[in-house]
Ligand binder design. Structure first.
Ligand code: M6R
Length: 602
């Protein structure tokens, strides 16, 4: 995530940038910064933490003449949330802001360092500005230098650059991260989404991947790989509330749709050609570790539970999962050969934080998997891996769960590499499936439409059972939790093989059963369990790549080559089902009753 804004014109620039960044704060708030060139003078301010800190720092500054300006609000991916790592990043006479991840930054950085360039930050972004200035030193042409710079970048980016070498111009490029250009007379705006410019610009152009160019004297010059191109502006929306949700009805819906793109961010630079790499982890963390214990709450607990199958199967390491609020008072026996992992979207969940402190007091090494850098849980842990999901606003967690599960899957492989417990063939198979995950998370309109139609048949009944085996049991738990959180209907997740040990007594036509039936993992076993339920006349919604005759309703999935791809595809289906049932019941999808996004009390 991260948010960027830019403005070229004669109006006061600081307020335009700060107001714009405020609209984008949902994309990240580890730090913020602005850079302005006016009267040939470059000015730059940065502050760590929320935007109000930057406001405070710039309160005596005004920029009232014609000029160019860029701003950024950061969601840390490379490097801690410090002022040095905050954008805009500077060279000797230029500034850059960037959203996305430059995948080849390490190679570029090494090359630049070998030529004597000094880097101030740990970010991937700083390479852009140094590369630009290196090119500029050679050809003394800012536009040519910018083009040469963009050609060298691999990965995802939306970037803006200003330079004293061409002080009336903003250079821009987009590939894989969002950016648009706003227009009003001779003013030009840039932003990551349209909310920052609603009420300011009147027309907009949404940049496509591979487009780049420059804005100068109120005009925008647009290019792609085929050269200069013409473009058509459109009228800018005027409804800010709708725009904040990118046109979706709810934040939860937007976040379900975002899962595919944030997953790119989660795996980028980590899923490499032949291995998993976490640059934030030192393999020594796993020295003398022969057990893993994971502690979490709610949805994060479900991702932990799914990972226990992966750690034991792939890393060949015993793995126990604990609900944090239970763990705290069970007087657990802890040994220092155990790595203690906590998982938390917010990083502030009181039960999880206290469990972590207990484990630390017992002398255990700790690792957190979290979506918020610098949160209490991250600060308390010996090491941390960020999930890079961006801010999640819907109280019912969706993209946080998806990215947590992905990080845990990658971590299982990473531990397997460290412990040399994985064969080359298995490793290749896992890496291949990981690279396909963003695709498996795409939501297509046909599927969403089907879930909307199906939802009308599931608004009553005396309860829901989500059932699955193995990895799909935690997914069943998560599907049931999503549904109960936003529909207020009773739903349970159960291992399908366990139904016959009691819950099957509830089976009748009013018991809605959502069966997760992956083809690549114990299909025949779960099929038998589902048949037993059908014999008791349950109303069955089967989700599977394999058609199932006994189902009342059937959603056919497309992946069957790897359990995790099936897992993620089915996860999206259960999320959409919960969403659409909640909508039909007229509930508040984003802020369901009795719940809070961050549970900081015991
Ligand atoms: O921030 P955390 O991941 O630590 O939060 C844990 C739970 O409170 C959270 O997952 C909760 O269950 C969500 N509302 C699930 O949608």
């Amino acid at each position: 995530m991260c948010g960027i804004v830019g403005y070229l014109g004669k109006n006061e620039k600081k307020e335009i940038l700060l107001d714009g960044l405020e609209e984008l704060e949902y994309r990240g708030y580890d730090s913020a910064g602005i850079a302005i060139i006016e009267n040939k003078q470059l000015k730059n301010f940065k502050a760590v933490g929320r935007l109000k800190n930057l406001r405070e720092k710039t309160k005596d500054y005004l920029s009232e003449g014609f000029g160019v300006s860029i701003g950024h609000t950061r969601w840390a991916t490379h490097g801690k949330p410090t002022e040095l790592n905050a954008h805009p990043h500077m060279g000797a006479y230029s500034f850059v802001v960037h959203n996305g991840i430059i995948e080849n930054y390490q190679a570029l950085k090494k090359e630049l360092q070998s030529q004597g360039v000094t880097f101030l930050s740990q970010t991937d972004t700083e390479t852009i500005v140094h590369l630009f200035e290196k090119n500029h030193k050679i050809n003394n042409n800012a536009w040519a230098s910018f083009q040469e710079t963009i050609e060298k970048l691999e990965g995802a980016y939306a970037t803006l650059l200003i330079t004293e070498a061409d002080e009336e111009t903003i250079y821009f490029a987009k590939n894989g991260s969002p950016m648009l250009i706003g227009f009003k007379e001779d003013e030009v705006y840039f932003a990551s989404s349209d909310t920052p410019i609603i009420g300011k610009a009147t027309e907009v152009y949404y940049l496509e991947d591979g487009e780049f160019g420059y804005a100068r004297h109120g005009k925008v010059y647009l290019f792609d790989a085929n050269g200069q191109k013409t473009f058509t502006k459109q009228a800018l929306a005027t409804d800010k509330a709708l725009a904040q949700k990118d046109g979706y009805r709810f934040f939860m819906e937007k976040e379900i749709y975002e899962q595919s793109s944030v997953m790119h961010d989660t795996i980028i630079g980590r899923v490499l050609d032949e291995k998993i790499d976490f640059e934030e982890l030192n393999p020594e963390l796993f020295n003398n570790i022969s057990n893993i214990k994971i502690c979490a709450c709610g949805t994060s607990y479900h991702s932990a539970l799914a990972s226990s199958y992966l750690f034991e199967r792939l890393s060949k390491i015993p793995c126990q999962i604990e609900i944090a609020s239970e763990f705290r008072y069970k007087e657990p026996l802890l040994h220092d050969d155990t790595l203690f992992i906590t998982i938390s979207q917010s990083g502030e969940t009181a039960d999880t934080l206290e469990a972590l402190k207990m484990a630390k007091r017992a002398g255990l090494k700790s690792l957190s998997i979290c979506n918020v850098d610098n949160s209490s849980i991250v600060r308390e842990s010996d090491a941390a891996v960020l999930t890079r999901a961006g801010i999640e606003k819907g109280v019912a967690s969706t993209k946080a769960f998806a990215t947590q599960t992905m990080v845990l899957w990658m971590l299982a492989i990473y531990v397997a590499q460290v412990k040399k417990s994985i064969s080359k063939e298995t490793l290749e198979k896992e890496l291949l499936a990981m690279r396909q995950t963003p695709k498996a998370l795409l939501v297509n309109n046909k599927l969403h439409h089907k879930m909307t139609r199906l939802s009308k048949r599931y608004l009553h009944g005396h309860g829901f059972f989500f059932i699955g085996r193995d990895l799909f049991f935690p997914l069943a738990l998560e599907g049931a939790l999503k549904l109960k959180e936003i529909s207020y209907l009773h739903a349970e997740g159960y291992p399908s093989g366990e139904m016959k040990h009691g819950p099957i007594a509830l089976a009748d036509a009013e018991l809605f059963t959502i069966a997760l039936m992956p083809k690549s993992l114990h299909y025949d076993k779960i099929k038998s369990n589902v048949e037993e339920l059908c014999a008791r006349d349950v109303t069955l919604l089967a989700i599977s790549p394999e058609p199932f005759d006994l189902a009342d309703d059937f959603v056919q999935t497309s992946y069957s080559s790897h359990p995790m791809l099936e897992f993620f595809e089915m996860m999206v289906i259960t999320q959409l089902l919960a969403l659409e049932i909640s909508v039909r019941l007229g509930n508040d999808v984003d802020m369901p009753r009795n719940l809070a996004k961050s549970v900081t009390v015991e």
